[in-house]
Ligand binder design. Structure first.
Ligand code: SAH
Length: 602
């Protein structure tokens, strides 16, 4: 079967039949500019209506022998097989393309299932073998490709016209098309965007000198640079509490469109692994043993990048304006005349308790929430918290950030001020991630219990009557894959979704891994990876000495070829699982009789 796109404008098309199937064919033809004739003794009401509206010509009669010969394209969709056959044979005799509904033998062409986004169309064909399958595939594509693809295609068309107008050598033309595509399409997620006018002008400017290369003087280096642009925008983006799924949609869009990202340590886990390689990443967080980059240097870096005309994302853990110094950075940018915006994030103070089954408010029990840090209290001279007020408000929740060092001080002050020692309390380390640990206790004992459990930063404590609900509301740590951190090569939306719902922390990693993906992987140790092919095993082989990987990483192989290659390369924990998603999930959740590491199948 050979696919073509037909221009039906002004062409005569015949549909024989007046039922639901004929109507579907008519619907497919409407809007294509064809001159449609429908022949049917008893047409459906909608066909009558379309005829009355002048959209088609309706002949209320039986098909006449030889009639098909006068058309460009013919459809038969009657419930009389003989009539259908006659239409087809007439069309054949006249050398005209014909399609008989539900009768592949009597078709010289098939109609594909279509997905349409403006001028962009996908046509999916099973060569008449399984239309049910292509219809369902079509639904999948309908969901994956948003309406923005129509606008993207229009922009691509306009870009092509502009490029053509420059009369460049073919290689330069293709280079520009590559640039357009790479900057506007994220292949792993099938997302696209329309480029900004300035971007397009910038790309076209890069080749502006080429056409003159033969004769005209080569422009000096300075003249070939784009005109100094206005300072770029800085987006102060909240990355959420560390679980990659808790970054907002806008935050993700800003990241994917950024030229530079200035990233805090706690925010690295939320970087999109599909961040394009061209994006500069500046890590300014505290790395074990090293001091964090001083705030003034971060401010200066943001200003410098923006003045280079770059789109800058300042990625911060949680929400930028909750104990995140976002306010200070905003003020420094304003003082430097650099435009900025805030993309709020999911703050740890709400999300981390939620992952431990603790609602920060609860009707009748906790009707006020206080976010606090005792950091300042510990240092003398800083603004002080009114412990006396907090201690006497039993229907309230206290959420303490930077909890590890300040917990003993906070609990002691609250007890001194008369707060009930048996007030429920909890501390949560690395909440929302695979490494989450929760210690539940009371105000009087939490500090000692946290020390005994070896709780380390980042951790957050909650003192609240609502902590009582944690055992009942714990929805996260009870999931079958909670605590597992799994790498899956991108794109694998189905596997990612399935593992995520089962509680795993999933890194959907492009191969070869991007710099962003490496930072994400380094942020917390991997449990294992799910690999389907030899190529995937090979692409990750060299990664195993990097941070986040350790000797114990399991590789769940979805083919024997992958398993064999992994063993050859000396991967230690190779588990061969079946090819289907169900097989994989059975193995990973330990519900397969063979999950204990035996080989599966043959
Ligand atoms: N702007 C951030 C807070 C930054 S202060 C926000 O809105 O969440 C850093 C503190 O946040 C840590 O010391 C810890 O108390 C808390 N925190 C951040 N992520 C956390 C996590 N995943 N689990 C527990 N606490 C976390």
């Amino acid at each position: 079967m050979f696919p073509v796109m037909l221009n039906l404008t002004g062409r005569r098309c015949l549909v024989v039949g007046g039922g639901g199937v004929a109507l579907r064919k008519v619907d497919a033809l409407l809007g294509e500019g064809a001159e449609i004739t429908v022949v049917a003794p008893e047409p459906q009401a909608r066909l009558e209506a379309l005829a009355a509206a002048g959209k088609l010509r309706l002949e209320r009669r039986s098909y006449l022998p030889g009639e098909a010969g006068g058309f460009a394209l013919v459809f038969a969709a009657t419930d009389d097989r003989e009539v259908n056959r006659r239409v087809f044979e007439d069309a054949e005799a006249a050398g005209i393309w014909a399609n008989v509904a539900d009768d592949p033998q009597l078709c010289s062409f098939h109609l594909p299932a279509r997905v349409r986004r403006g001028e962009l169309q996908f046509a999916i064909s099973s060569s008449g073998q399984a239309p049910f399958a292509t219809r369902r595939l079509r639904q999948v594509l309908e969901r994956r490709f948003g309406q923005e693809w129509g606008e993207w295609l229009a922009a691509a068309g306009e870009f092509r016209r502009r490029v053509r107008g420059l009369r460049l050598p073919p290689a330069s033309e293709e280079g520009l098309f590559d640039t357009f595509f790479a900057a506007t399409v994220t292949p792993t997620t099938l997302k696209c965007r329309v480029p900004l006018t300035e971007e397009v002008e910038g790309w076209l400017a890069t080749v502006a000198g080429e056409e003159d290369a033969a004769g005209a003087p080569v422009p000096s280096e300075d003249a070939s640079l784009p005109a100094p642009s206005a300072p770029g925008l800085v987006s102060l983006v909240g990355a959420g509490p560390g679980n990659s799924g808790l970054l907002t949609l806008r935050g993700r869009r800003r990241l994917l469109a950024a030229d530079a990202v200035v990233c805090d340590r706690l925010a690295e886990a939320a970087l999109p692994p599909d961040l394009p390689e061209g994006v500069e990443i500046h890590c300014v967080g505290k790395v074990a043993g090293n001091h964090p980059t001083p705030q003034e240097e971060i401010n200066a870096l943001l200003v410098r990048l923006a003045r280079q005309g770059k789109r800058v994302v300042r990625l911060k853990g949680g929400d930028p304006f909750v104990f995140g110094r976002g306010g200070e950075e905003g003020e420094a940018l304003r003082a430097a005349g650099v435009p900025f915006e805030v993309v709020p994030g999911v703050t740890a103070g709400v999300a981390v308790p939620a992952y431990a089954g603790i609602p920060v408010t609860h009707r009748r029990e906790a009707v006020r929430v206080t976010f606090l840090t005792a950091h300042e209290t510990i240092k003398s001279g800083g603004p002080q918290v009114r412990w006396d007020l907090l201690a006497h408000d039993p229907h309230a929740t206290i959420v303490g950030y930077m909890g590890v060092t300040s917990l003993p001080v906070v609990t002691q002050r609250l007890l001194q001020e008369g707060m009930a020692p048996d007030t429920p309390a909890a501390i949560i380390e690395r909440g929302t991630t695979a490494a989450q640990r929760v210690v539940t206790s009371t105000l009087a004992h939490l500090a000692a219990d946290a020390t005994a459990a070896g709780i380390e930063p980042p951790a957050l404590f909650v003192i609240s009557p609502a902590v009582r609900h944690a055992p009942l509301l714990d929805w996260f740590s009870t999931r079958p894959l909670a605590g597992r951190r799994v790498l899956v090569p991108a794109p694998a939306p189905e596997v990612v979704e399935a593992l995520d719902v089962l509680g795993a922390d999933v890194v959907e990693c492009p191969l070869p891994p991007s710099s962003a993906a490496r930072l994400v992987i380094a942020s917390s140790p991997l449990t294992g990876c799910v690999l389907a092919t030899r190529d995937e095993v090979e692409a990750l082989d060299g990664e195993r000495s990097r941070p986040g990987w350790d000797g114990g990483v399991v590789v769940w192989c979805r083919s024997s070829a992958a398993a064999e290659r992994a063993r050859q390369l000396g991967w230690r924990r190779v588990v061969e699982v079946g090819e289907t998603l169900a097989d994989l999930l059975r193995f990973m959740t330990g519900r397969s009789p063979m999950a204990a590491g035996h080989r599966h199948g043959g």
